[in-house]
Design a protein around this ligand. Structure first.
Ligand SMILES: Nc1ncnc2c1ncn2[C@@H]1O[C@H](COP(=O)(O)OP(=O)(O)OP(=O)(O)O)[C@@H](O)[C@H]1O
Length: 336
């Protein structure tokens, strides 16, 4: 964690015991750095949603302290607290009898914004989530696809510019192809708005792809490991974490391991009739992207580009070495 980054959210020894005696979260301390996307993963019933809902106090903690931007919000008025925290859930929870524009303007209306400002803000947000306001603004939720509804849900959650966005399984009800597209769009949106986001997901690939940091929980809201995706996959802290992220975590790791620029050979080393034939990848590509491009091409080489400048060429041998380096054999077994 960047030592200078101040946490947007801090849970301090927070616990939740439901009235029937179930201890969903025993005693959890975790900090969410400002501007980061943190994914909560873990087996069913381990307390992910309870923890998420304690952040906006839809579920009141039994004990412990909750901090938002350095302020103790454990006992502040929940209506005011929730205005600072957007919330997106799996079934979106759009109001079925209100059109898209009215749905998106919900919180600004509650805040008493004037009509012109609400209209401008809803237009801006619909544009931001990739829905043309002229086409979609007047539609009702049942006139939208699942993915479009989800975008409206995100636009609505962002409407009053909250400091934090909580998302509980936001993409899980959407088919895999549309989900991939939404995830990508969401990452683009996040690069623009840079909110502090906490997301619960069942999908390890989604967490690896989207999160700056992953929190792996076990039963009772026990934080097993809290680290960047590459660390969770490459150095799981226990056999529990290793088992949870799965036997194919080595392959998952390729998606978060960048191409090693020290392995590139100069383009001039290659006697090619037409250098334009070499497939290229951008400098920030992952090993997974490099491998995919290499397999799709005929030349066996991949040029790495920074804008229009070619930095060098990745040969199959260099890629093989990088893969072996990225996927050491010991990564396959982890002991407690
Ligand atoms: N209102 C409630 N009353 C009693 N127990 C509850 C309540 N809500 C959740 N629980 C219990 O608390 C524990 C944690 O539930 P929670 O929904 O936080 O888990 P989760 O990790 O989000 O699960 P999932 O991945 O299945 O959604 C579970 O044992 C669950 O049965």
């Amino acid at each position: 964690m960047d030592a200078t980054a101040k946490p947007a959210i801090r849970l301090d020894n927070v616990s939740k015991q439901y009235p029937d005696g179930t201890v969903a979260v025993a005693s959890l301390t975790i900090e969410i750095p400002e501007g980061e996307l943190v994914a909560f993963v873990g087996p069913s019933g381990c307390g992910k949603s309870t923890t998420l809902r304690m952040i906006n106090r839809l579920t009141e903690p039994t004990s412990g302290t909750l901090w938002l931007e350095g302020e103790d919000v454990t006992r502040v008025d929940t209506v005011r607290l929730r205005r600072r925290i957007g919330y997106v859930i799996q079934q979106v929870g759009l109001f079925p009898h209100q059109d898209v524009r009215t749905n998106v303007g919900t919180v600004p209306r509650l805040l008493g914004w004037d009509a012109k400002r609400i209209r401008e803000r809803t237009e801006e947000l619909l544009d931001l989530v990739g829905l043309d306001p002229a086409v979609f603004g007047k539609r009702y939720p049942h006139e939208l696809s699942g993915g479009q509804r989800q975008r409206v849900g995100v636009a609505r959650a962002l409407a009053a510019d909250p400091v934090v966005l909580l998302m509980d399984e936001p993409f899980s009800a959407i088919d895999p192809i549309a989900r991939g597209r939404l995830q990508e769009e969401f990452l683009r949106l996040q690069a623009e708005v840079r909110k502090t986001i906490v997301m619960v997901t069942h999908d390890v690939d989604e967490a690896v792809r989207m999160a700056d940091r992953i929190a792996v929980f076990s039963e009772g809201g026990k934080l097993e490991q809290y680290a960047e995706p590459a660390t969770i996959l490459g150095a799981p802290s226990s056999s529990f974490v290793a088992d949870f992220v799965g036997g194919d975590r080595s392959l998952r790791r390729l998606a978060v391991t960048p191409v090693d620029l020290t392995m590139l050979a100069p383009l001039s080393d290659f006697s090619l009739t037409n250098r334009d034939d070499i497939p290229t990848i951008p400098v920030k590509s992952s090993l997974k992207d490099a491998l995919a491009v290499l397999l799709a091409g005929d030349t066996g080489w991949v040029a790495v580009r920074d804008g229009s400048e070619t930095l060098g060429v990745l040969s199959p041998q260099a890629l093989h070495q990088t893969l072996r380096h990225a996927l050491p054999p010991e990564a396959a077994s982890v002991d407690d």
